[in-house]
Design a binder for this molecule. Structure first.
Ligand code: KG4
Ligand code: ZN
Length: 354
């Protein structure tokens, strides 16, 4: 069976076709994965402008869906089911994908499955690598989220930890903006960090208590925090700008700041991830979401996984940043459980993952 999925939660309009086959170990086969990125539009503003994003989704979605079906060599009669991101995300952006998917499902008389965006990021690992050994610990790290999940059974996600303030990708984007490196910040800092000295700057440490003041009932030992680091970088940059009498720091200083910032982010992410893996007795580890594209994070996690003899999985680049293939995978989980979306499905900007 072919499932057509649509993703439009932020600034990427995406459609993909995934086929479900009768191979137990790898039941999902990717047939197409098309993404129209709006980065060039939002770069001018230093971040995503919601109204511009919604309007661009409206323009792009018919062509993106057509292309995904053409690449998968299927027509509408071969679409057996649809899936769409319900949330979380920008509500105006989500609504474009949902309206399109609901209309198509109704016109075709096919079932529609509603997907949580982060379930998509998690399932990208299963789509890419086949069945993972369970229990698995999965870090979803993107521009909007830094969450740690335990997957004890296929398709079931238990939140172990999350950021108490900024997401890791958000910290990358803000630091890049501060350094005048443009948007999105992750890829540029990743590149510059490779040429800088990661020990050049020693940032003050972040102390997190296990208790989360906003949710005291949660065990917060696997939580993250990045706003302190972001402020430390800001303070350092301002001091250097004052000392040098110019807003533009020399290239070697920018490279050192990038490398030192990245070292701290990677350390924080991998420390919590492996603490959780040991605590849960994980038999596999996954990292998904836009920041999982980071080369140093991949290398550090692979090295620590090898030392612990636990395999570490990361999706390829096209499946780690926002895409609809991952939404198709999570949609197939809903299909397998018979959880159809209601006809009055609506967008939910802060949808919880259960
Ligand atoms: O998952 P994603 O495409 O969108 C969200 O759901 O947020 O993630 C985008 C985020 C951005 O913050 C971007 O700066 C970051 O992923 N990112 C990276 C890298 N590539 C993208 N961060 C660090 N290193 C990278 N190579
Ligand atoms: Zn995402």
């Amino acid at each position: 069976m072919h499932l057509l999925a649509i993703e439009s939660s932020c600034d990427e309009t995406a459609a993909a076709v995934v086929e479900r086959v009768s191979d137990e170990a790898r039941p999902w086969v990717l047939r197409s994965n098309v993404v129209a990125s709006q980065t060039a539009i939002h770069r001018e503003w230093g971040g995503v402008v919601p109204e511009l994003a919604s309007r661009q989704h409206v323009r792009d979605i018919p062509g993106v869906v057509r292309e995904a079906m053409a690449q998968a060599a299927i027509g509408w009669p071969q679409v057996d089911a649809l899936a769409v991101t319900q949330g979380p995300g920008l509500v105006g952006s989500l609504l474009v994908g949902i309206a399109f998917a609901k209309s198509a499902a109704w016109a075709l008389g096919r079932p529609l499955f509603a997907v949580h965006h982060l379930a998509g990021h998690i399932e990208s690992l299963w789509l890419e690598h086949g069945r993972l050994a369970l229990p698995a610990v999965v870090l979803v790290v993107s521009g909007g989220h830094t969450n740690l999940y335990l997957v004890a059974r296929d398709g079931e996600y238990q939140l172990l930890g999350r950021t108490r303030d900024d997401a890791a990708g958000e910290a990358y984007d803000k630091v890049a903006k501060l350094l005048g490196l443009g948007y999105p910040g992750g890829p540029v800092i990743d590149r510059l960090a490779a040429e800088g000295d990661p020990l050049a700057i020693r940032w003050p440490g972040t102390r997190l208590t296990n208790r989360d003041r906003n949710a005291p009932e949660r065990d917060g030992r696997f939580d993250f925090s990045f706003s302190g680091l972001k402020t430390a970088v800001l303070r350092h940059v301002r001091l250097r700008q004052e000392a040098l009498g110019t807003a533009r720091l020399p290239d070697h200083e920018v490279r050192d700041i990038a490398a030192s910032f990245q070292r701290r982010v990677v350390e924080t992410l991998t420390d919590r991830l492996f603490l959780a893996a040991r605590w849960t007795g994980a038999r596999s580890i996954g990292i998904a979401g836009g920041v999982s594209a980071n080369r140093q994070l991949r290398e550090a996690a692979q090295a620590r996984g090898a030392a612990l003899e636990v395999p570490v999985y990361v999706p390829r680049l096209a499946l780690s940043t926002d895409n609809a293939a991952m939404i198709a995978a999570a949609g197939l989980r809903q299909f397998e459980r018979g959880r159809l979306a209601p006809a009055d499905l609506n967008a939910s900007a802060s949808l919880a993952l259960v």
